[in-house]
Design a protein around this ligand. Structure first.
Ligand SMILES: [Zn+2]
Length: 294
């Protein structure tokens, strides 16, 4: 707030100087119109402070206009997605086709299975870009699992419980808690793991190491990092990529965070923004509420 007041005073002083200069200038009458414009624009700057003000009140390292609320949304067992939540922009991933030079001709990805897989359009675009970059470095990435509806997750969860004598072993999320329901989470595996059941040993595959090092450049994060099992309450999954957008992904990966920790920081920044008198409408889309357990 103090910085803002200083800024306002500075603008007032500037306005006074401009008006004084105009009055003293021998060419003042000829410039009268321009001066009026200048005066109006300075007054507008002083009074219409919303963009500047929001910036000053926003202490978080990722700017508000660099994040899309839906892309950074959290899904876990404490922040459940609604049974009815279906991402609006789901598209089906195509099997990659290439010309004789190996150039991708259909915007597809390598698919680990013949199953139909859908992702949000931005996420699929980012996955194609990441896969092509990996390929240029000599690594083939295969899409193994993508969007899962609430209902599919529900079936998977109860099947897992049945097989595991009714015990939740942390391998399959509850319905509403799966990152796959966002349409922004996908399992990406090396060629040698296409048919194997996934486990943390996959992390030593060069493809997974490449993804851990480069995924943020395409807007992805490692959703379930090895050193965050206590926070995510999900076992380490070197294959699970989650799209959040490049600025948020860069911040998360460069600071070694998981999405839960990112949300703790984001929520603290939102609270601070509101405490300082920021416009609630600006941050409202980022405030998530957990769906009732269904
Ligand atoms: Zn996954």
């Amino acid at each position: 707030m103090q910085r803002m007041r200083k800024r306002t005073n500075l603008l007032r002083a500037l306005l006074a100087c401009v008006l004084l200069a105009a009055a003293l200038s021998p060419a003042a009458p000829a410039l009268a119109e321009d001066d009026e414009d200048l005066e109006i624009s300075i007054i507008e700057l002083t009074e219409e402070q919303n963009p500047d003000e929001s910036e000053l009140l926003w202490s978080f390292p990722v700017a508000l206009d660099e994040m899309v609320p839906e892309y950074v949304q959290l899904a876990n067992k404490h922040m459940l997605l609604s049974k009815d939540y279906v991402p609006s922009s789901l598209v089906t991933a195509k099997q990659r086709k290439a010309d004789k030079n190996g150039v991708n001709t259909n915007g597809g990805v390598l698919k680990a299975t013949g199953a139909a897989m859908q992702l949000q359009d931005v996420c699929l675009e980012a996955l194609v870009a990441m896969s092509e970059a990996a390929r240029a470095d000599g690594y083939n990435l295969y899409l193994k699992s993508a969007y899962r509806s609430w209902k599919t997750q529900n079936t998977m969860y109860y099947n897992r419980l049945k097989r595991n004598n009714g015990k939740d072993d942390g391998w399959v999320s509850k319905p509403g808690a799966s990152d796959h329901q966002t349409g922004l989470g996908c399992d990406v595996v090396p060629r040698s793991w296409r048919d194997k059941s996934m486990n943390e040993k996959m992390a030593s595959a060069p493809e997974c190491q490449w993804m851990a090092a480069h995924c943020h450049e395409f807007g992805f994060i490692l959703r379930y990092p090895e050193d965050k099992e206590e926070v995510t309450e999900i076992n380490f999954e070197p294959w699970h990529m989650r799209y959040v957008g490049i600025p948020a992904a860069t911040y998360i990966m460069e600071n070694g965070l998981c999405l839960e920790e990112f949300h703790d920081q984001l929520n603290a920044a939102i609270q601070e923004f509101l405490d300082w008198g920021g416009d609630p409408a600006i941050v409202a889309p980022f405030i998530q509420v957990s769906a009732e357990e269904e």
